[in-house]
Design a protein around this ligand. Sequence first.
Ligand code: NDP
Ligand code: 2IT
Length: 445
Amino acid sequence: MDSRLEAVRDTVLARNPGEKEFHQAVTEVFESLGPVHDRHPEFLEGAVLERLCEPERQIIFRVPWTDDAGRVHVNRGFRVEFNSALGPYKGGLRFHPSVYLGIVKFLGFEQIFKNALTGMPIGGGKGGSDFDPRGRSDAEIMRFCQSFMTELYRHIGEYTDVPAGDIGVGGREIGYLFGQYKRITNRYESGVLTGKGISWGGSLVRPEATGYGTVIFAQEMLKTRGQSFDGQRVVVSGSGNVAIHAIAKAQSLGATVVACSDSAGYIVDEAGIDVALLSQIKEVERGRLTEYEARRPGASHVSGGSVWDVSGTVALPCATQNELDGDAAAKLVSNGLIAVAEGANMPSTRSAVSVFQEAGILFGPGKAANAGGVATSALEMQQNASRDSWSFEHTEQRLTEIMVGIHDRCAETAAEYGAPGNYVVGANIGGFVKVADAMLAQGLI
Ligand code: NDP
Ligand code: 2IT
């Protein structure tokens, strides 16, 4: 790393002790930015990096709620409003027991660059709670969401901060959150949340957007080597919102997706995952992957283990951070891998990324490859602002153009800075320069 940037990085790490995922995300971005500071000394003079690493505002709050037996629980809620140079803070809410400030900050930091790459007018933020939704009834989820919003509502708004979903937060949770916001504020402010239901201000394609976008990004990478998804053997991790729609899109382009996972294990289905069955089990019944083996002849379930032991030519990590380490990367490479696109945020460890890059694998980092979700959230905001709703075809066309645009901008930026084919460098520099220019133009903020 450039020594000028290393000094800033060390200060950031010392000021934020114990936040290891945030440290990882900052380090990974800084490793790309040396050449930018050679060309733009004004970024150093303006202390852009120091400012960028300090969130504009961080909110931590108590979320008390009662379970169905009347017992009181207390969780912790977070919203980190990281950077508003390009627009209102925008980013999802994650409900998972592992959530703490270090995870919210890594996600918020990544979101700044991702949102800049979309070309849409959105700043970066993220939030969530250490609440564990697993096994909770709809009524418990509703009471938790209502309590969460009872504090959050005062911090958000169409022109301020616009949350959406992430792990553990989908259409059901956004509905309960929106209802409570409307009740407290007495405003039907559609643009305050995205990922809403279609009949009450949501956008077609938003549920599919992250997974579809990841596959579109991967397809553009494959094209640079004269290849396509047709005939590829694909391995996916996760079996939630992003994974399911990535599987569907990859198969619609002629690939066979042979495996996917959840936190308990993975399934292998050599005939290609039956997306309708997977969606029924995971999205409708909220069940486990073991059910898939029971209902699909020829499929097998492996408890524990790693889905990355399954061979494939394309890997799409769509579960969570640091789920794919250096050993898993080496195994995938030795099994014939040609491309990786990250549907999840930071799923590959830094050593995994090195393994892929040294082996010449096409590697699309999450902040570029999974930007289709938040980009379509911005399309939902556009529809809300104009009180319009677009067709599926039109919205999907916009998503495709945005993803192709992100791919091309990353490729061009990487080449411009002497690292052709390096999408990590392209995404980090492309996102950073846009935000840095806006921050300098807006004075010392
Ligand atoms: P979901 O809650 O719908 O699904 C998450 C999936 O990942 C589940 O299969 C879950 O398994 C698995 N998973 C979660 N945590 C872990 C863990 N610690 N170890 C192993 N598996 C785990 O979330 P999404 O599909 O929305 O999100 C997946 C990833 O995509 C996240 O990294 C998210 O930040 C990212 N993302 C999401 C976007 C969106 O629009 N939703 C947009 C851009 C990125 P289990 O059910 O067993 O917990
Ligand atoms: O990580 C992400 O980009 C998301 N969870 C989606 C954020 C959004 O505002 O749609």
